[in-house]
Design a protein around this ligand. Structure first.
Ligand SMILES: [Ca+2]
Ligand SMILES: [Ca+2]
Length: 365
């Protein structure tokens, strides 16, 4: 009986060793945590130019997000994950495009059995370095259809970064004002972080409100410094005509790594973008530019107008210049029930004790 048990243990142990010699690679999940995202792109950089056994080159659906049998490579990441997982296309080398492509195609895929969430250590603004937009590059005000570019900065003189190898972060947008499909990121420029073009980058629209970004070096050398590393281009949605409100963009979910994969806390950013009304509607009394609220815009049958001064009269004028609606609230705010008006652009005149404000209003049913 004792001998039988001993043999059984040997058999079980031997089987587990055999099993461990074959890995199951999900193409794109370079860090093998069960989900494909911008953190995996950082792992491409960590394993860049490494070689190992290729997978079955003629396997059907070889790039699909399915378990693809793979022979382990000689190297592994700091967390014990084998480099074979970073060979997303299975050709035996980790390099750009061919391995980034399956990552891009399978982006957001999750393994049904197990997902271990990636860690994004929260940085503290003013204490840790931050990845942030260059706020000084933002125009004072923007209007519908206008493009603007914001440099992407990492660290500053007070909070420089040390041992930068790669960084992943997400940009959160307001889909009422910015179309995520029209946002571009560019990290091609030479900088303190990229003096030699030994870097790769990606960005991917995750939703109308979120774009994931990753930037990572490829030469296994890390950098110290601070300042500009790239630039982002945005365009204000043309339909915001008539809006006169601020909106916010954020950088969040930040993960910076050194060349070994150790992470450093890096803060994100919040930037407020100021919108101006379109050219037809200029403020008669510019001193009161920001002192009133009109919402919603576009409106259907209901409208709320608030002003810091007492509103004497509100008049809605159609595109022909004809008044189509008028009230005299004599107070700071008014909830209006509008008559049925054809969809289109109207001009709202808000007359207060202190002056007149004009605002375009879109009626939409
Ligand atoms: Ca992953
Ligand atoms: Ca490859």
């Amino acid at each position: 009986m004792i001998r039988f048990l001993f043999v059984l243990i040997l058999v079980v142990t031997g089987a587990s060793v055999l099993r461990s010699q074959i890995l199951q690679v999900y193409p794109g999940d370079a860090n093998n945590n069960g989900v494909v995202n911008n953190v995996d792109f950082l792992f491409l950089g960590l394993a860049y130019n490494s070689f190992g056994p290729e997978r079955d080159p003629v396997a059907p659906n070889g790039l699909a997000f399915l378990p693809q049998p793979a022979t382990p490579w000689p190297s592994q990441f700091f967390n014990g994950v084998n480099f074979a997982h970073a060979d997303c296309n299975g050709d035996g080398i980790v390099h750009y495009f061919y391995d980034a492509f399956p990552l891009y195609v399978n982006y957001g895929q999750m393994r049904p059995d197990s997902v271990t969430a990636d860690v994004f250590p929260p940085g503290l603004a003013g204490v840790d370095p931050a990845v942030h937009f260059d706020h000084s590059a933002l125009p004072n005000s923007l209007s519908g259809g206008q493009t603007f570019s914001l440099p992407i900065m990492l660290g500053d003189a007070q909070h420089p970064v040390e041992d930068l190898y790669g960084i992943a972060f997400s940009v959160f947008l307001d889909p009422d004002y910015v179309d995520a499909d029209d946002v571009d990121f560019n990290f091609n420029e030479l900088s303190w972080a990229n003096p030699d073009n030994d870097r790769i980058f990606m960005y991917k629209k995750v939703s109308n409100e979120r774009i994931d970004v990753a930037w990572v070096r490829t030469d296994h050398n890390q950098r110290d410094g601070y300042g500009r590393i790239g630039i982002a281009d945005f365009i204000i949605i043309i339909d915001v005509i008539g809006y006169q409100q601020d909106f916010v963009m954020r950088i969040d979910s930040v993960k910076m790594i050194d060349k070994f994969g150790n992470q450093t806390a890096v803060a994100g950013d919040t930037i407020v973008v100021h919108l101006s009304p379109d050219g037809q509607a200029t403020d008669v009394d510019s001193a009161h530019e920001k002192d009133f609220i009109v919402r919603p815009n576009p409106a259907d049958r209901h409208l709320t107008v608030k002003h810091e001064d007492i509103i004497e009269q509100i008049t809605l004028v159609n595109a022909l210049g004809q008044p189509v609606f008028q009230v005299k609230p004599k107070q700071n705010s008014a909830n209006l029930d509008l008559p049925f008006l054809p969809s289109g652009i109207y001009l709202l005149e808000i007359r207060t004790t202190e002056g007149i404000n004009l605002q375009t209003l879109q009626i939409q049913h």
